[in-house]
Ligand binder design. Structure first.
Ligand code: HEM
Length: 538
């Protein structure tokens, strides 16, 4: 039985002591001292100055002054929920030692945060944008975070470009306009200059960028990760979430009206569904590629702008996630949750995807400033249910009271200093991949193929989906002031498909290309395409 909240949920039980029950209506200071007044500060006489000695007034105002923390540098706006994940059976044990994926008797608590990418914390939900789909699994072996998006590819191939990309996507620095992701010059200038964005831009201009509900949205780990089985053997893996309600989108006109009427549309939908017992459900699936097939594809598995087509490698179901409980406090939980691609458990490991490698650096780094120092893993939402025993000490906001006089290894004095012992798969051990080479700034040749899979995407679309894509390109590109940028993007679109480029050009005042830049060998059978599920979205 996978439905409904779990009364024995270990994460829920762990959170209990942190919950503050305000049924006691007696007002106190932060020091627990009861006070008789909170409306009038202490003054000298009826018309005199306010006294510094009014510690309650000072504390109350000071605390308020410090209520805000930096919003996330990307994915600032989100909505979260707790739930659990349970595998269907143990078939994946052949490929991974991660027990939360292979023991059907285990129900692993999760926290999921859905988000938009570009907008600020207070921006509207229904903008044209990628959606984040980040899941924290509180496994018995420690936290595993699957920090994915609702699109299976990404804009860039190497994380070193991420600051440039985000600077181009965010509002322009001089006037902070426009807030919406796509309708502006800097994004399209970046796209024109960096054609590796083209596949993702096709997804972004499609109905996938306008999800009707977080309950009706796919999720993707995007990168090729690695599963490692108990014998230490690796297998490449792509992670997929499929919503049991199917994939559904809004149409553009709806998103515009809803953004005005109810900017919290997706957030409200998630909240109300859970409150009313309509628990959102998602199936986790995997595409597996044996290491012997590492070079069997005409793209590189380390290239995050490419999918593995499902007709080549089918998605195999692993288990189901159900979201059953809204957070008690948005700030404490949804705002303070910290996901990190490097939070892995035995049985799941990385690949050398240069985008993933940069992410493995970036998340911890940004959270050190966003959450005020090195102890944010002690914040209730972030705490693993697995015990935390190490020699990391002190720092801002230290909540643990470590016992004993030693905090180092190796140590002959005792005192409970934890030491690294044990063997894989009981403990995490980095996968023993053999690598060699010179220091270079170059990827394999297929990284340069920016168009083939964009064409595959276009070919898999139904007519009405194509109409929506063309309309989106016209709307967004049509707002770009620089004609040269519009023209350059049309040239890239001509590499994707001549008809697409011609139709877009006709709507944005630039000449259509005379002839195709590349041959397009026609629309693939939608039945064969993984992108076929997008048909549901109309
Ligand atoms: C935040 C996904 C690429 C840096 C996020 C979040 C998601 C996400 C879902 C929001 C997490 C939350 O809800 O708290 C992705 C995906 C990527 C990608 C799927 C590509 C496959 C990158 C890259 C970098 C990066 C390349 C940097 C090199 C960040 C940062 C945050 C973030 C700094 C804010 C984290 C925080 O403040 O806690 N990303 N991202 N991302 N991402 Fe990414």
């Amino acid at each position: 039985d996978n439905a409904g909240p779990d009364r024995d949920d270990p994460k829920d039980q762990q959170l209990e002591p942190a919950r503050v029950d305000l049924t006691d209506t007696r007002l106190t200071t932060q020091q627990g001292v009861r006070v008789d007044h909170t409306d009038d500060s202490v003054t000298v006489g009826e018309r005199g100055p306010t006294l510094l000695e009014d510690f309650h007034a000072r504390e109350k105002i000071t605390h308020f002054d410090h209520e805000r923390i930096p919003e996330r540098v990307v994915h600032a706006r989100g909505a979260g929920a707790y739930g659990h994940f349970q595998p269907y059976d143990d078939w994946l044990a052949e490929y991974t030692a991660a027990r939360f994926l292979t023991d059907p008797a285990r129900r692993t608590p999760v926290f999921v945060r859905f988000s938009t990418v570009a907008g600020s914390r207070g921006s509207a939900d229904t903008v044209r944008d990628v959606r984040g789909f980040a899941t924290k699994f509180y496994t018995d072996e420690g936290n595993y975070d699957l920090v994915g998006n609702n699109m299976p590819v990404f804009f860039i191939q190497d994380g070193i470009k991420f600051p440039d990309f985000v600077h181009a996507v965010k509002p322009e620095p001089h006037n902070e306009i426009p807030q919406a992701q796509s309708a502006h010059d800097t994004l399209w200038d970046f796209v024109a200059m960096q054609p590796e964005t083209m596949h993702m831009m096709m997804w972004l201009m499609s109905d996938r960028a306008l999800p009707r509900s977080y309950r009706m949205m796919q999720g993707f780990g995007v990168h090729t990760f690695r599963l490692v089985n108990a014998r230490g053997q690796g297998t490449f893996v792509k992670f997929h979430w499929k919503p049991l309600l199917g994939v559904h989108s809004l149409v553009w006109d709806e998103t515009q009206k809803i953004a005005g009427k109810d900017p919290d549309y997706n957030r409200r939908d998630l909240w109300e569904a859970i409150e009313s017992g309509q628990y959102p459900e998602y199936e986790l699936g995997v595409q597996l590629v044996p290491e012997s097939d590492e070079f069997a594809f005409d793209f590189d598995l380390l290239d995050a702008t490419k999918i593995i087509p499902e007709e080549q490698v089918p998605v195999r179901p692993v288990g189901r996630m159900t979201l059953t409980r809204n957070p008690d406090n948005f700030f404490a939980e949804t705002e303070q949750v910290a996901f990190h691609t490097a939070n892995v458990v035995p049985g799941i490991d990385f690949t050398n995807d240069p985008l993933l490698q940069a992410r493995n650096f970036s998340y911890l780094d940004t959270q050190l400033i966003r959450l005020g120092g090195p102890n944010f893993a002690q914040i209730p939402v972030n705490r693993p249910v697995a015990p935390v025993t190490n020699n990391q000490r002190d720092g801002y906001h230290q909540h643990a009271i470590h016992q004993g006089r030693t905090s180092y290894v190796k140590n002959s004095l005792g005192g409970g200093c934890p030491a690294a012992t044990g063997e894989f798969p009981e403990v995490f051990s980095h996968y023993q991949e053999k690598v060699e080479g010179h220091k270079i700034r170059r990827r394999s040749e297929s990284f340069k193929d920016h168009y083939s899979q964009a064409t595959l995407f276009w070919n898999s679309m139904a007519d009405v989906e194509r109409d929506h894509i063309v309309a989106a390109f016209r709307f967004e590109l049509g707002k770009v002031g620089e004609r040269a940028v519009r023209q350059a993007v049309v040239e890239h679109l001509n590499q994707v498909d001549h008809e697409l480029a011609t139709r877009v050009a006709a709507g944005i005042g630039v000449p259509a290309p005379d002839q195709p830049a590349r041959p397009n060998h026609g629309r693939s059978s939608p039945a064969l395409s993984q992108l076929n599920t997008a048909m549901d979205s109309v």
